[in-house]
Design a protein around this ligand. Structure first.
Ligand SMILES: NC(=O)c1ccc[n+]([C@@H]2O[C@H](COP(=O)([O-])OP(=O)(O)OC[C@H]3O[C@@H](n4cnc5c(N)ncnc54)[C@H](O)[C@@H]3O)[C@@H](O)[C@H]2O)c1
Length: 345
């Protein structure tokens, strides 16, 4: 069991990695606990929820919308939940993002925690205090920064995760190595067998290391005005690919990371052999998928990215594996680099 704390100005939050997920009942003792989950998690783990009231959502991104928040609020009211309530989100990033948002606004805020069940949410979504829902096609546009009291990341739950969801999380894990921790990257490179077999102890080590990286970044910059931007490595092009091709997040980020690495080579700050190491690991991990998107569409989607500032994006480049740097680049300039690297007229 590893404990990592995130103490920000507003809150103290504890992440428990390798903890038994059922421990949440002890951690929320004395409160009126309600579980928020989705139908898949309910299927695998619901018979162990005991008599704790449970609200279950349809799985998937489509549940991340304002009407869901309203429905959950109505259910919480029916259940008689007041400000002594405690909402526990048991699920992947979708459930955690929704749980964090509802708990932040229901009665102006009740306590909440997560049992984080997907690899993506264990290494990324449930750490850092961002929550929210989508509006139309704009992702995560309504939300707050608010830390949960605790996050339990139980790697035994990853056994039931579908393969493509598992790989999608692996991309974020690899990203953390690329931007901050060369050793983490090397450990992943050397142990692809243990990763494939989802070895529980090995995954506890990897998730801990990855959470430590994200936690350190968040402690320094909770509201994403500086350092936290490095977490967006691969996401500028990745989000566009995800939106246009409907590809799973991690696969799109993998494609975006290769483009960002190529741009780093083009800027003369990254050695080509480091770029090859990145693409080899992504390839070997099964994260390289074909996608089709035109350059004007890239430009359009990147220009509408909500993380843009003015006409520019804070683009994350890498100097070597384990070291990243943020550079403000005008969108048309970025698109020109992309065209020149891939010889697109
Ligand atoms: N708040 C943040 O900082 C942050 C960061 C990254 C991503 N996100 C958000 O996270 C979401 C993606 O998260 P995700 O990939 O976990 O998606 P998800 O929550 O939809 O989970 C993926 C699928 O796996 C299933 N699942 C999850 N855990 C399982 C398990 N242990 N066994 C069996 N099935 C399981 C779910 O039911 C779902 O069908 C996106 O909405 C994204 O915006 C948030």
């Amino acid at each position: 069991l590893r404990r990592i704390s995130i103490d920000t100005d507003s809150h103290k939050s504890e992440i428990l990695i390798g903890e038994n997920w059922k421990e949440f009942t002890n951690l929320a003792k004395g409160k009126q606990v309600v579980i928020l989950t989705d139908e898949n998690l309910l299927h695998f783990y619901g018979n162990e929820f005991g008599n704790i009231p449970c609200i279950s959502l349809a799985p998937g991104e489509n549940s991340k919308k304002l009407v869901t928040i309203d429905l959950i609020a109505k259910r919480l009211l029916e259940l008689g939940i007041d400000r002594n309530g405690f909402l526990i989100g048991i699920g992947g990033g979708v459930v955690c993002d929704i749980a964090g948002f509802v708990a932040s606004v229901y009665m102006r805020g009740i306590h909440f925690g997560f049992v984080s069940t997907s690899l993506l949410s264990q290494v990324d979504a449930s750490v850092g205090g961002k929550n929210g829902v989508n509006s139309g096609s704009v992702k995560n546009i309504l939300g707050t920064f608010n830390q949960p009291d605790f996050v339990i990341c139980d790697q035994s739950m990853l056994k039931t995760l579908p393969e493509e969801e598992y790989l999608s999380g692996l991309a974020e894990l690899i990203k953390h190595g690329i931007i901050c921790d060369e050793e983490l990257f090397t450990i992943i490179e050397r142990n692809t067998g243990l990763i494939r077999s989802r070895d529980q102890d090995f995954l506890t080590d990897l998730v801990s290391r990855s959470v430590e990286i994200k936690a350190a970044v968040v402690r320094e910059d909770e509201k994403e005005t500086g350092k936290r931007m490095i977490l967006n490595f691969g996401h500028t092009f990745g989000h566009a690919i995800e939106a246009h091709n409907g590809m799973k997040h991690g696969f799109a980020v993998a494609a975006g990371m290769i483009i960002a690495a190529d741009i780093s080579v083009e800027y003369g700050i990254l050695e080509r052999n480091e770029r090859e190491r990145i693409s080899n690991l992504l390839e070997e991990s099964g994260l390289i998928m074909p996608y089709k998107i035109t350059t004007p569409r890239f430009q359009e989607l990147i220009s509408s990215d909500k993380k843009k500032s003015g006409d520019s994006v804070n683009f994350v480049l890498i100097e070597k594996i384990g070291k990243s740097v943020v550079k403000k680049i005008a969108v048309p300039v970025l698109i020109e680099s992309y065209k020149s690297i891939y010889s697109i007229s």
